[in-house]
Design a protein around this ligand. Structure first.
Ligand SMILES: [Zn+2]
Length: 80
């Protein structure tokens, strides 16, 4: 995955956020913070947003496929 594809991924997140109205008042969400989390070993980008109109908070989560692509380590877990 090259830089252009990473940019497209980040861009698509903002498109989703910009096209999601607040479910309380229909206002626009403002991005407050962006953070990466690793849930069950899968990288996810959690974007915390706040409605600019009523202050309603919402979290958007996106898969971050480029993390795995850049840091390829086959994981093997043994379950007893
Ligand atoms: Zn709102």
């Amino acid at each position: 995955m090259n830089l252009n594809e990473v940019m497209k991924f980040v861009e698509s997140e903002y498109i989703v956020i910009n096209n999601t109205p607040c479910e309380i008042c229909g206002g626009d969400f403002l991005t407050e913070s962006v953070g990466l989390t690793f849930e069950n070993g899968k990288p996810e980008n959690i974007t915390h947003c706040v409605c600019e109109n009523c202050g309603h908070e919402r979290e958007f989560s996106f898969r971050a496929p480029f993390i795995g692509a850049m840091n390829q380590e086959p994981e093997q877990e043994e379950l007893n």
